[in-house]
Structure formats: structure tokens, C-alpha cells
Design a protein around this ligand. Structure first.
Ligand code: ADP
Length: 527
């Protein structure tokens, strides 16, 4: 068994004993004789080639044989990896006795790199010696060998011997890790490149390098050829050539590494997203809880405030009516102011209570026929003092003014009145002195539409989406009236919704706003 390959090996190598050991070992690893026979038969052609081309074919043979052993060793009960085989062989036989090309297969990765790279270096040195002469070769080696390790290079007759370098690398693993071996060879190969380029020009030097790489690729499996790329000066090869030199296994390895990196990244991202989601969920729950507490607090406070504020209202009223004694006009004046301020306070408290009802969905509506035109008149009268103070005119364009029942709809009177109060109050509040507030009413068969237009500060574009949110106040409104509550429109919108109507607005900052309510004239509950 294995005899013909052994014969070839014996011819090529110095001691038969080592080759014997190598083959015995390989035989021991592959116990299936028939499979091995078949395998060797297939390589018969290579055998013949091997005699012609020597090392190159032997290496090819060895590498594919090695592959065969790895694939078949599981069947023999001892699973063996390529590394295992190489390690075992290198401890059992003296690989120094194998030819230089061949022995690189058996050494540990670091030394393997050194062997591999030295093959290229030696061929380059031969080329320089043959074409540029001994002196140039010596110069390159002297200049390039900046790293002390290269002082151990031995040259005789243009033949460079790097055995002592390999040995140094072998016995000093800590000093020469794979990376530093790549670095020092890379520098060396680069200076060869530069020197040859200087003497022969760029095209020729690139041609030489490419040829060396091609030879190398043809001699060894692409796994080794790929290792060579690491010391290749960047200018030698273009990207396509790099890719074509990369072995399939190296490409797969790189893709696998990148995939693993991505998977790791993905996993950590997913974990972070999960964490953040949990945090956000927790924060959201906390906020919800806080919001609930805040609403409860406002509700309790509003309830508690309402009774004394109502008490004050009636007391001031009694005083104003002079039920407990007559008042001077000054006293009356001041009391009137106190009454107005207290009314405001009461309306804020009522708003807060309304909000509570909206939030808890407990507001009870009483729908009945109401004349909205009366309500508008009432609002205008209520707000007359405010309008007069700013000399604002309120103009009402009634479209169906001749129809006596044009303003009649089914509504909750008190609540509808509060909507009108709020909208017309806003129109006055956010207008300048001497402006006009215009009310338009229109009725068709189904709906009544009321629009309240002013020429005041308007609503900034940025604020348009927030205007109906509770407590929201636009910055320009805050500047004019620091003490608004931002509750009026929120409540108004809720009330109009309960009437199955809609409230909309158009506005231009600094030009004015128009709020429009449209509600069905008869109320149905199921909408
Ligand atoms: P408040 O008037 O107490 O601030 P509202 O809920 O009634 O609260 O109004 C909310 C916000 O909408 C106001 O603060 C203001 O920014 C804007 N706004 C309402 N009506 C007008 C209007 N007619 N002109 C300009 N801005 C308005």
C-alpha cells in the first residue's frame, strides 16, 4: 500500500526513514484499505505528473490526501483534523529532511508563515541576483533587513538561506507571533519591490510579482496562496486580482467571520432593544401612575375649592346688593372687581371639574331644544364689559335672521353656552384693541354652523396640532395672557363631540383665527 507515492517521496527526500515514518503514520490514520486504494488509484495520474514536476505535485497530492484522511478518519473511530495530522507528523519525523516546499505543510502556523514567505523571498532574491547582480542583492538585504532577525540571512551565490530565521521563530513563540512575522516579511518584500521598480520600472516589477504569485497559487492549495496576500505590497495587485487570488475557503472564512460579527452585534443590539423596551415600559407605567395621581389630586383640589369660592360669590353678591348695608361707590367698585375675579376663579374650578368628568366619562348631558341664538346673545352680553374695555366690536351676521326658529337645536344648554363663552372670550382675549370679532351663523336642513372670527394674534403653525390638548397654551398666547388655563378648547371639543358635532379652526399667526362649530340640529345618541 502507498508504495508508488512512497517511491516518489523517497526519491525527493534525504532520508528514507522519515518518509517511512510519515507513511506509516498516514496508514495508521486511514484504516480503510479499500477506500485508500480507490483514492490512490484516482491519483495515479498525479503520480506520473509528480515525477515530472516534483515538489509541486507532491504537495498537491499530500494536501488532497490529507483532506481524504480528515474525511475518512471518522469512520476509523479516530476523528482527525488537518492540524492534528500535521502536528503529529511534525513531532514524529524530522521535517528538516523534507524538501523546503514540502515541509511547510507540517509546521505550526507561525513557522509555516515564515516558510511560506521565505519561498517568495528566495525566488525574488534569485531574480535580483540573476538580473541586477550580486551587489544590488546585498544592498537590498542589508537595507531591508532592518529587523534584527534578518541579520541571520545567509547568502551564497545568490542563494538566500533563511533556515536560521525559521528556527529563531520556532523557538521564540512569544517574540514572534503571527502578526509580527507578517509585518517583518511585508516590509522586506516591499523593499524588494521598490528596489526592482527603481531599476526596471513599474510594469516589469508588477509582472514579476504577479508571475511569482501565480506560480505560488498553482503550486500550493489556495489556502496557502491566500496567506501570501497578507505580505503583498498594495500596489502590486488590483482588487480583482486580490479577489481572484483569495481561496474559496478564505472567502468563506471571511464571510463566516463577518457573519459571526454581525450576529454578535445583532444579538447585543436585540438585547439592548429588549432592555430599553423594558425601561420604557416601566417609565410609561410610572408616568401613567403619576398622571392618574395628578388627575386625582386636581379633582380633589377642585372639589374642595369650589365650595368656599361659591360661598365667597354669594357673600360678595349680598354685599353688592347692599343687603347688609349701603356702600360708597368706591366700595362698590372694588367689590365688583372682587366679584369678577371670583367669577374667574369659579370658572377655572368648574373647568377642572369638567375635565374630571370627561376623564372618568361620567358627565351627564341633558339634551333638550335650545335656541342657540339666545345663547349667543347671552354670551355677547356677558362679555360686553370685556369687549368694551378693549374697544372691540362684536358683529353677528345671522344668515336666516327672519326665520324665528333658525337657532333651535337639541343641546345641553349649560354646556353649549360654555362653549360659546369660551370661543368668543378667546376671540376677544387674543385680539388687539379696536379689532372686530365676527360671528357667522348658518343653518341648513341638518346642521347649524357657527363660526367666530377674530383678527388677533393667531395660532403659530407649530402649535396647531396641540391646540385642543388639555393645558396646552401657545407661546404667543402666554405672552399676552399669562394666566390662561389651556382647558377651554379641550372641554369645548369634548362637549361638541358629545353633540355629535365637530369643531375646527383656521388661523394665521399675527392675522387672526376663525373657529367653526358644526352640529346636527337634532340629537341622536347612537353616533
Ligand atoms: P386659554 O385661552 O385659557 O389659554 P384655551 O383652551 O381656550 O385656553 O385655548 C388654548 C390655546 O389656544 C390658547 O392658549 C391659545 O394659544 C390658543 N387659542 C385659542 N383661541 C385662540 C384665538 N382666538 N386666537 C389665538 N389663539 C387662540
Amino acid at each position: 500500500m502507498f508504495s508508488f507515492i512512497k517511491k516518489v517521496f523517497l526519491r525527493k527526500h534525504k532520508t528514507g526513514a522519515d518518509v517511512d515514518k510519515l507513511f506509516n503514520f498516514m496508514a495508521m490514520l486511514t484504516k480503510q484499505e479499500q477506500a485508500v486504494e480507490n483514492y490512490l488509484y484516482r491519483y495515479d495520474r498525479l503520480h506520473r505528473k509528480a515525477q515530472k514536476h516534483g515538489d509541486k505535485v507532491l504537495i498537491e497530492l499530500y494536501l488532497s490526501w490529507e483532506e481524504f484522511i480528515v474525511n475518512n478518519s471518522a469512520a476509523s473511530g479516530e476523528k482527525t483534523s488537518k492540524e492534528d495530522i500535521r502536528k503529529k507528523i511534525s513531532t514524529q519525523i524530522n521535517i528538516e529532511n523534507l524538501s523546503q516546499h514540502f515541509r511547510l505543510v507540517f509546521v505550526e502556523e507561525r513557522v509555516q508563515l515564515s516558510y511560506l514567505y521565505s519561498i517568495l523571498l528566495i525566488e525574488l532574491a534569485e531574480y535580483v541576483h540573476g538580473n541586477l547582480g550580486n551587489k544590488v542583492l546585498h544592498n537590498i538585504l542589508r537595507e531591508a533587513g532592518a529587523d534584527t532577525i534578518f541579520q541571520n540571512i545567509n547568502i551564497t551565490d545568490g542563494k538566500v538561506n533563511l533556515d536560521s530565521i525559521h528556527n529563531l521563530i520556532k523557538i521564540h513563540p512569544a517574540e514572534y507571533p503571527a502578526n509580527s512575522i507578517i509585518q517583518i516579511y511585508k516590509a522586506f518584500i516591499s523593499s524588494f519591490y521598490n528596489k526592482i521598480e527603481l531599476s526596471l520600472g513599474e510594469e516589469i516589477v508588477q509582472g514579476i510579482f504577479r508571475k511569482l504569485y501565480e506560480n505560488f497559487k498553482n503550486t500550493y492549495n489556495t489556502e496557502f496562496a491566500t496567506l501570501l496576500l497578507k505580505i503583498t505590497p498594495e500596489k502590486v495587485l488590483g482588487l480583482n486580482e486580490w479577489l481572484s487570488l483569495l481561496s474559496k475557503s478564505e472567502l468563506e472564512k471571511q464571510v463566516k467571520e463577518k457573519t459571526e460579527e454581525l450576529e454578535d452585534l445583532n444579538e447585543s443590539l436585540e438585547a439592548r432593544v429588549r432592555e430599553r423596551t423594558e425601561e420604557l415600559k416601566k417609565a410609561y407605567e410610572e408616568l401613567k401612575e403619576l398622571d392618574k395621581k395628578k388627575t386625582e389630586f386636581i379633582s380633589v383640589a377642585a372639589h374642595q375649592i369650589r365650595t368656599p369660592v361659591s360661598g365667597i360669590k354669594w357673600i360678595i353678591n349680598m354685599l353688592l346688593q347692599e343687603e347688609v348695608g349701603s356702600l360708597s361707590s368706591d366700595q362698590k367698585n372694588f367689590l365688583q372687581k372682587a366679584y369678577t375675579a371670583n367669577e374667574r376663579l369659579l370658572s377655572i374650578v368648574n373647568n377642572l371639574l369638567d375635565i374630571d368628568l370627561i376623564n372618568t366619562d361620567q358627565a351627564v348631558y341633558e339634551f333638550k331644544e335650545v335656541d342657540v341664538f339666545d345663547l349667543i346673545n347671552k354670551t355677547i352680553a356677558n362679555l360686553a364689559a370685556q369687549a368694551n374695555a378693549k374697544n372691540i366690536k362684536i358683529v353677528w351676521n345671522k344668515e336666516n335672521k327672519d326665520t324665528s326658529n333658525a337657532g333651535i337645536i337639541e343641546a345641553d344648554e349649560k354646556r353649549f353656552q360654555s362653549v360659546l363663552d369660551n370661543l368668543i372670550d378667546n376671540a376677544i382675549k387674543y385680539s388687539s384693541e379696536n379689532d372686530t370679532v365676527t360671528i357667522d351663523t348658518q343653518r341648513d336642513e341638518e346642521d347649524l354652523t357657527i363660526s367666530i372670527k377674530d383678527t388677533g394674534v393667531g395660532i403659530p403653525k407649530d402649535s396647531e396640532t396641540d391646540i385642543f390638548k388639555r393645558f396646552y397654551r401657545a407661546p404667543n398666547a402666554i405672552r399676552i395672557h399669562a394666566d390662561g388655563s389651556g382647558l377651554g378648547l379641550f372641554i369645548a371639543q369634548n362637549i361638541i363631540k358629545r353633540h355629535n358635532g365637530i369643531i375646527t379652526f383656521i388661523s394665521d399667526e399675527n392675522k387672526g383665527s376663525a373657529f367653526t362649530i358644526s352640529i346636527p340640529t337634532t340629537h341622536t345618541d347612537e353616533i
